[in-house]
Design a protein around this ligand. Structure first.
Ligand code: HGY
Ligand code: MN
Ligand code: MN
Length: 418
């Protein structure tokens, strides 16, 4: 085994594109949807099967696998010295009708880096770890990035386990059902540095003809759930002036948040993504409604202003309709800056490998933003075709997947040699 002092000692070392694509394809078949794409909501049976496949691959690569109490999985490749590892990884849970790259690329590229080093008989000074974190999407159990948030001590384990999902089951119940929790202490191993490869999920890299994004931060995220209580009534006999129509309030706010994002401009985005009307029947005025508002901005002050304006609107329109309002925060993370030295390493690796690269913020939340609380962290983006994600048509060209994984290889070897 050779222990390089830097990736420059391994000039021709490259990942194996076909092997990476084959793993992406195999994992993409777990929870595959008939019309394409995949559905592996956190802690479902599909997620459990996906976990089993990735853990099997970790073990086949000789990694020492540990699982913590919220189901975070870490595969450790020993280093020449028993130091804190350099970690890479992401998530393998998905939204309901997802593509096969969101999260999965980061985990499987990490395994591909390990296999490439194994084949080249390269030992790194520091251990290397490949992780996947539980419930990154947060679509079933809010908040998003729950597993990595617990890993870094940002959310008490008990609170996470007690979190009730959109289908009424708790995280703890689902971990137990699938026997997905392990005995490793949360946050173990302590991490020296963390780098995550992920698809951009937006249009920038493709539009600018670039291959690599050196991600310098993640925008702020605000998820709120509103519960509205009006009064169900007959759609035919109830005069418009006597209605307490919760559905009308939701519709008004849904249009308002879109207008607000346009008015605030800049990085502001706003989405009413989930709406549940009760009783949700053609001939009954909706007496109750539960809906969510997802607001994001790279600027914390602007994000707080958007939150204030949306909340004021909900309350004003509800009051005029004699509808009561209850509000629950599902997720709230301020913008995060990644470690400038790691951002620079990503840029340098891209340049040395001949891939056009730009610095950019992330519009989506990622596990790396949680690891950034405890160690230097950064991310590598590759283009999403048409900027599409959280959609079964999500796609990244094989050459771009390979480029991202080679940049990851270079940055990990550099960090693990230091
Ligand atoms: O919603 C997000 O930003 C991520 O996909 N969890
Ligand atoms: Mn993701
Ligand atoms: Mn996602």
């Amino acid at each position: 085994m050779q222990t390089p002092s830097s990736p420059d000692a391994l000039p021709g070392l490259r990942i194996n594109r076909a092997r990476l694509l084959a793993r992406l394809d195999a994992l993409g078949r777990v929870g595959a949807l008939p019309g394409g794409g995949v559905s592996r909501l956190a802690l479902t049976d599909e997620d459990r099967r996906g976990r089993g496949l990735v853990i099997q691959w970790m073990r086949e690569l000789g990694l020492r696998v540990t699982i913590d109490a919220i189901g975070n999985v870490v595969g450790l490749r020993p280093g020449a010295e028993p130091l804190a590892p350099v970690m890479t990884g992401s998530h393998i849970d998905t939204v309901r009708a997802a593509g096969i790259f969101d999260g999965n690329l980061g985990v499987l590229a990490g395994l591909e880096v390990v296999e490439t080093l194994n084949e080249a008989r390269v030992a790194t000074r520091r251990p290397l770890a490949v992780a996947f974190f539980t419930n990154e999407e947060g679509a079933r159990f809010p908040p998003d990035m729950m597993g990595s948030l617990v890993y870094v001590g940002g959310m008490p384990l008990a609170q996470a386990l007690a979190t009730k999902g959109i289908d009424g089951l708790t995280v703890g119940e689902c971990l137990k059902r699938g026997a997905l929790a392990g005995s490793a202490p949360c946050g173990d191993p302590e991490v020296h540095a963390f780098v995550e490869l992920h698809i951009e999920q937006g249009p920038k890299l493709e539009r600018e003809g670039l291959t690599i994004g050196a991600v310098d931060g993640v925008q702020g995220i605000s998820w709120t759930e509103y519960t509205l209580t009006g009064s169900p009534n007959h759609a035919g006999t109830t005069p418009m002036s006597l209605r307490r129509d919760a559905g009308y309030v939701v519709a008004n706010v849904t249009c308002y948040v879109r207008e607000l994002a346009r008015e605030l401009g800049g990085a502001q985005v706003a989405t009413v993504g989930a709406i549940n009307l009760k009783p949700n029947l053609v001939n009954v005025v909706p007496g109750a409604a539960v809906f969510t508002v997802d607001l994001r901005n790279t600027d914390e002050q602007r994000l707080q202003e958007a939150e204030r304006l949306v909340d004021a609107r909900v309350r004003a329109v509800a009051a005029a309709e004699d509808v009561t309002v209850a509000r629950r925060t599902l997720s709230r993370f301020a913008p995060v800056r990644f470690d400038p030295a790691i951002v620079a390493r990503v840029e340098r690796a891209a340049r040395e490998l001949g891939h056009p690269c730009t610095r950019m913020p992330s519009g989506a939340g990622h596990d790396a933003q949680m690891l950034a609380r405890v160690c230097p962290a950064g991310m590598i983006f590759v283009p999403s075709e048409g900027g599409i994600s959280h959609n079964i048509r999500e796609r990244t060209a094989p050459a771009d997947l390979e480029a991202g994984a080679n940049v990851l290889l270079r940055v990990l070897v550099e960090l693990a040699s230091g």
